[in-house]
Structure formats: C-alpha cells, structure tokens
Design a binder for this molecule. Sequence first.
Ligand code: ZN
Length: 657
Amino acid sequence: MKSLWNDTEAAGYQGDLALRVYTSRLLGREPALVLHGGGNTSVKIRERNILGAEEDLLYVKGSGWDLETIEAAGFPPVRLDHLRALARLPALGDVEMVNELRTHMTIASAPTPSVEAILHAIIPHRYVDHTHADAVIALTNNGAGEARTREVFGDDCVIIPYVMPGFDLARLCAERFAAQANEHTIGMVLLNHGIFSFGATARESYERMIALVSRAEDYLKKHAAWELDFPAQSAPTNAQRQEIAALRLEASRVAGFALLLSCHQDERSLAFARRDDVASIGARGPATPDHVIRTKRVPMIGRNIPQYIAEYKEYFQQHEPNARDRKTMLDPAPRVILDPALGVCTLGRSARDADIVADIYAHTIEVILRAQALGGYQALPASDIFDVEYWDLEQAKLRQAGKPAVFAGEVALVTGTASGIGLACARSLLARGAAVIGLDIAPSIATALKHPAWLGLPCDITDEAALIQALETGVRRFGGLDMLVLNAGMFPPGKRIDALDSATWHKVLTVNLDANLVLMREAHPLLKQAPNGARVVAIGSRNVTAPGPGAAAYSASKAALNQLIRVAALEWGQDGIRVNTVHPDAVFDTGIWTPEVLAARAAHYGLTVEQYKTRNVLRREVESRHVAELVAELCGPLFARTTGAQIPIDGGSDRVI
Ligand code: ZN
C-alpha cells in the first residue's frame, strides 16, 4: 500500500485541523482501509476559550461523516481532560458515555463524537488514525492470529485482545498502552477489529498507518496469502427474474417490510458463491464488528429462508433468554445470500444500503480467502457478534433513523423516462424512496438521472425480446417489481382520417397499445410477488373521453389502452394489484410536444401558444411534475383502496366536466 500524501495537495490545507481533514480523506480514498463510514481519526489542539482560558480539545470524527468526504465540521471538539478522566472510571454505560461526549463538546451543534473518542483521548500523541484495514483483519482473524500479529509488528505496536467497541475497550487500551508502550510504539492492533497509528504530525500518523498496513500485506505475500485465485465463471444466461422475485418476497416477509435485492454475478462473486466449501467458510461471520450492523450475523447459504430464520431465532434466544424484559429481536432477514446460480445477493431497504452491503462483502471475501490461506478464517464467537448486533447504541441509532420513506424497499418501472412525464415520474418515485428502472428508446436514458436507486436502460419497448431482457436486468439489479408506470407513447402530426396512412396508424398502435400489453403480460408474474401489493398506473389522455379532430390514431390507441387497463383492474385485483389511469391534457414540457406541434395545435384552435397552454377551467398550465406527483400518490397509501379509477389532471376540461 502506497502513501497518497502529496505536497502540492497538502499545501491547500493550512493548520492542524485542516491537515487532519486532508489525511483523513487520504485514508478514505483507500477502500482496503476504510469502507462507508468506517474508521476514525482525531487531532488534539489547544485553544483559548471565550473566558480567555486555554484548554485542550480532541477533534474526533463525528458520526454520520465519511472519511473520504469529511470536512472540518465533521470533527466535533470535545474537552480532552474530561475524556481522560472518564477513562479512569471503573465502568461507564455506553449510553451514559455518549451523553458525556455530547455534553462536553464546545460546539453545541457539532455531530456526536465517535464512540471511540475516549480511545483517541488516552493515546498521548497529537494525531491518531484508526482503520479496519483488510490486511490487518486477515492477519488477526485466523487460528494463530495473535502470534502472527506479534511476529509482524513486534515492539512497534501494542496488541489488544478483542473487546467490543465502547467504554470497556477504551479502558482496556488505556491500561495496556500505559503498561506496554515505549518510545518505539507507533501503533496499536486490536485483534479481530483493526489498527491504530499515531504521530506528532498528520503526515507522520498517516504514513505510519500505511507502513504498518503494508507490513501486514507483505506478510500475507510472503505466506502465499495475498494473490487471490478466482477461477473463470460463466454468468447465468437463463431467465432468473421469477426466482429472484420469489426470494426477495420471502426475505421481505420475514423482515416485515419490503427489501431490495441485488444480484452480483461478476466472476469473483460467482466463484466465491460456487466454492465447494462456501457453506463452511462463507457462514463464519463478519470480519470486524464495524460490519455487523450492515451485513448481519452471517450470510445465508442457498435459499432456505425458513431454516435460516430458525437458526437466527435460536441464536437470539441463546444470547437473550429474557428477551421479553430486555431486547426484542431485530428483523431476522439475511442481508447477504450466497447462491451458486444467483451469485452474491445483497439486501437493503434502499439501493444504497444494498450496495454498501455488497462493497463490504466484496472485502469480506478477500479477508476470508486470505485468512484461509493463513490456516483458516476465524470470525468472532457468536456471543461477541450478538453483543454488537444488539448493542444499545446501535439500537438507539436504528430508532433515531425514524420512519422510512413511503416506497422504501420498492421498485418501480417507468417507460418513456428520458424526458417529460416519464422523467418527472421517476423523480417523484425516487423522492419517495423507490428504486426506479427507466426504459427509453433514447440512449441518454442511462444517465438521465444521477441517483444510486436509478437504473436507466435503453430499450425499444416495441421489441418484445428487448423488453423482456430489460425486465431481467432490472430484477437482477433491484430484486423485483412493485410499481409499473405505463408512460411511453407517441403523438404523430395531425392527420384527418381521409389522409391517415396505414403505416402511421399501425406504428401509433404498436407503441401506445401493443407494447403495453406485452409489458403488462410479462410484468404480471413479477407484480404478483410485490411484498406490499403492486400498483400499475397508465398515462392515459383527455382524448379518451374528448377526442380531437386530426388525432384519430392517438385517440384510438389511448382509448384502447384505457379499456386494457380497466380489464387489468378486474383481472388483477385478486393478486392485490391496483390498476389506475390518469388522464393528463395539454402537458407541454414533454417529448411529444415539439414547438412545431404546439404551434400547429394552437393555430388549429385560433389561439396563441400562451392561450393554448392555459386553455382549461382553472386557467393554469399543467406541467409534467403535476402529473408525476399524482402518479406517485396513486401508488401510495392514500389510494390503497382504489383500483380501476380514471383521474383527470388537465386543469379542468369543459368538454369532460
Ligand atoms: Zn474501530
């Protein structure tokens, strides 16, 4: 591992705290050191307070900040003397400890200091860096971990046996550090947890971290435990969407809420999930306590959810026999599933959560295989994992996370999503917590939105095979389908019936009608497996009830779609699928309303473009976002008992009212 320190870059960071920010970001750039909020850093600074007295402050990483992107505001200042006095207490509850941290900050609005703040305080050096480096974990998480750790670090690091993060760990470190540290000591290794480095300057502390982790890497290289061999794999080519949706439904049921499920079918994931010994090495538990909350206790091997849940319940009861009085069981659903056909599946309430689990597990695979090469991967005992999973502080964090978004864990597919109403629908659904698969014939669809829960797929929806492939791709990414918004459509230039050619007629019906039938037919088995019951919304048109001259093909196609939707509402009610239509009119910020079409239609009615845009009872223009909000609400709880409805969104049409 190489130091990323760069003099030119560093010159942009003036002062002790700014340099703390700089080297924290350097650590954050290296995923083999810290992942997604893992790791923490600090600096001790003497400052004059408002009364003119000098005091020592520990600026330590605050919760909710990621080292890669941290700023000065991410380091709450805590009074150092108080932290050191706390470290001398015989015992301190974790909740009380957090209260002490928060009440001894000098900036009231600063984030809550890391639970490892006291540990940083007891180390006398000015700068302290802490990571959960993969190489160090591989070195410590095997049968001879402690001996190997001593062999690698000798006198340079104090070695601490595993204790759960929190006050007891800080106290143990304080004792061991005082007893064992000498002038050579530049670090501290916490078995099955991670590593600390420290120094007089930001650079020294950071570069010691790199040097210490490099030593662990060199040891792994020397013992043929560094290079990983993943045999070539062929990715599954058969349709898997049904079985994926079924697995996701079952996992969501045991969780008690909808979960997304992402299948990772790259060579490494498949090779690991297909190993002969995966049931043995894959199910041994997380690499470091930092990962427990995200990945849960152990991955599920294969797809036997009832067995997995039974084992989880047993594990819970074993460690919490008086559950009624104390802790209640968390949702037992797995967050990682290893399956030879599906690869590594990760689950979460949002795409970001599922992706974080995937990142963590990709690193866990490396740690497991390297520790295997050193004689056998060993995770923490189940009781230690339980203590972290049911840690008061983590439970409090889960409670504080508050109410999830209305569509958390759900997946929507929207057609015609590159612009206009479709794009606005994608935004409204994403804003309510859904993951969104957007289809459009325009290649720009892939980057139409920048959001972790967005998957834009170029697709000609009139191509049946392409549509089915898009469903397959979407389900492998998010696990299923809960909402379907039939939006894609075309509006040809006006032509009276006596001039309407067959090619135009067929094209309009193919896009506006036939493609929706195919999509509905192919989506139905997936919609049936939606954990909360599926919803379909069709974008109809005012033309259904009040057609206009020159728009025969469009009006006929939308009227036929309207009947198709009404029949679907009748047929799919028994599957818990709600099917509704919105009828917009004169929405001009969409792809079909080119300036030419707009000018032509306005001229047709003898109006200016402005008059034409607000030509409704309310005299208000209807925009894509208004339609999108109605579509999203129709999918939500407000309309939980509504199906087969047709709702106008047209500013009021005197031809319809
Ligand atoms: Zn840690």
